[in-house]
Design a protein around this ligand. Structure first.
Ligand code: PBG
Length: 327
């Protein structure tokens, strides 16, 4: 008994109406998080390796956030690009309540209170070593990093962050941050844990944007080995036990299997980070006339949703939201 000719999968594809009715995966602007770069300015400065993305000064960032919000984007993730003079070994600028990031969060929450503001917790933008944790000799030390991250998260919450997102991959940081936030009275500030963050070459353009590349060594003693999938389940179990509210997989497209595995294993919301290098690849090929940027962007985002992501951090959020508006 062969199904054909009674069974014809093409029948469900035979018109736009039918295709829309049987579509399994939705994508709308409300699923997207726009990552944004802020610098002292004045003005905005394009990032060479990320065409269409700039480091904004505060007025530019507020204007861009208004535009994104007007297109239905509900959240932004902020990354500060600091002057070298503000960096030190201990990342002390990260707890300056008058610092660039904190001022930006306050201004955004004043201007657009309903926009969800997500802040990154890791030492690298603030550290002269360019690592996410504290460097001692050749080591990125875990336990001594935890109070630094916890204090950073509290300073961000005090400025008004709705969600803090530790991207550092130290062990135990979710518990340390949760207890510091709770002790400071921020029981409603959520934690988006970068749960499965891989030691990836796809972060290259981001490090140019923040001038945050490690000065020595690489991040492979804390970020995950791209060859590992089971290990992501260990990270998940740990983050769930420590009180993470969302978990995040990063990069996105090369790790669809990880998103899918975590989707089977957790009831927590999952975010995927379509990272700088993934965005830059699409832009670079489109600039050569080799790919249709709008089309491959939407395909990439639908694929991340199909794999199991609830939310997607993407530099293409505004481009995608515009296309979704047009329909
Ligand atoms: C670092 C951090 C990185 C990104 C977000 N937070 C880079 C890194 O780990 O070196 C990468 C984002 C991107 O590439 O878009 N804490």
């Amino acid at each position: 008994m062969s199904g054909f000719p009674a069974v014809r999968p093409r029948r469900n594809r035979s018109s736009a109406g039918l295709r829309a009715l049987v579509r399994e995966t939705s994508l709308d602007a409300g699923h997207l998080v726009l990552p944004m770069f802020i610098h002292e300015g004045p003005g905005s400065k394009p990032i060479g390796a990320m065409p269409g993305v700039s480091r904004h000064d505060l007025p530019g960032l507020i204007a861009a956030a208004h535009e994104a919000h007007g297109l239905g984007i509900r959240a932004v993730a902020l990354f500060p690009a600091l002057d070298a003079s503000r960096k030190d070994r201990l990342a002390q600028e990260s707890v300056n309540d008058q610092g660039l990031l904190q001022r930006t969060v306050r201004a955004l929450k004043r201007d657009l209170p309903e926009l969800v503001v997500i802040t990154d917790v890791a030492m690298d933008p603030y550290s002269t070593d360019g690592h996410d944790g504290l460097v001692e000799g050749d080591c990125i030390v875990n336990d001594a990093t935890l109070p630094i991250l916890a204090a950073m998260a509290v300073s961000q919450a005090r400025a008004g962050a709705d969600v803090v997102a530790p991207s550092d991959m130290m062990d135990g940081r979710i518990a340390a941050i949760r207890s510091a936030l709770d002790q400071a009275g921020f029981t409603d500030v959520a934690i988006c844990s970068y749960c499965a963050k891989y030691a990836s070459g796809f972060y290259g353009p981001f490090r140019e944007a923040l001038d945050s590349a490690p000065k020595r060594g690489d991040k492979s003693t804390y970020q995950m080995d791209p060859a590992n999938a089971r290990e992501a389940l260990r990270e998940l179990a740990q983050d769930e036990a420590e009180g993470a509210d969302w978990i995040l997989v990063k990069p996105g497209l090369p790790y669809l299997d990880i998103i899918h595995r975590l989707r089977q294993a957790t009831a927590l919301p999952i975010a995927a980070y379509h990272v700088s290098g993934e965005y830059s690849m699409l832009k670079a090929a489109a600039a050569q006339g080799w790919l249709d940027y709008d089309r491959v962007l939407m395909e990439s985002l639908v694929a991340l949703r199909r794999a199991g992501a609830d939310l997607i951090f993407t530099y293409g959020a505004v481009d995608a939201a515009r296309q979704l508006r047009v329909g």
